[in-house]
Design a protein around this ligand. Structure first.
Ligand code: SF4
Ligand code: SF4
Length: 165
């Protein structure tokens, strides 16, 4: 099986792998196995058993989660900031019209890869990388993008491709 770092550190390989993943998921969307969610759930558990997110934090370093109004309310309250101040200091509206962090790495990621607002973090952070969610096929395109930054998603997708549906 391919290794994430070998692909991640080689732009040509990364592009090739992404294109392979896109084709794989296009086919899977047309013929989705009824038990895909169960398969994904098992693969998610199998891979995350040996995944050390604290040694990685690539998601927090390279991509911003979508931030909802509820997230803003909860985090601003925790930081004892007014919501408008929080938005002005940390957020912007992206091209898809979602609120996101202005900067990467995330302003709440510390030097040891801990999240400084862990208990209050955005829901999208808590749910990331979404590989065990229901109706997984609906986030196939997002998963292709996540396989470019998350070693766990990369491995889950590689294992899924080995199943050759
Ligand atoms: S990129 Fe994936 S493996 Fe790395 S910290 Fe995020 S969820 Fe964990
Ligand atoms: S809020 Fe926390 S979990 Fe979310 S991106 Fe920032 S550091 Fe990572």
């Amino acid at each position: 099986m391919k290794e994430f770092n070998e692909v991640f550190n080689d732009k040509k390989e990364l592009k090739k792998n992404t294109s392979e993943n896109q084709k794989f998921f296009q086919k899977l969307k047309k013929h989705t196995p009824k038990n895909l969610d169960i398969i994904m759930h098992d693969l998610h558990d199998e891979v995350f058993v040996h995944t050390d997110c604290l040694a990685c934090a690539n998601c927090c370093k390279t991509a911003s989660p979508i931030i909802t109004e509820k997230d803003i309310e909860r985090i601003a309250k925790h930081l004892r900031m007014k919501e408008v101040q929080f938005i002005e200091k940390y957020l912007f509206r992206d091209t898809d019209d979602f609120m996101a962090f202005k900067q990467t790495p995330c302003p709440f990621l510390d030097a040891e890869n801990y999240c400084l607002i862990y208990e209050y973090r955005p829901k999208a952070c808590a749910d990331y990388p979404h590989t065990n969610r229901r109706k997984f096929i609906q986030i196939a395109d997002l998963t292709v993008r996540n396989a470019e930054i998350c070693p766990a998603v990369f491995e889950i997708v590689e294992k899924l491709k080995e199943k050759k549906f």
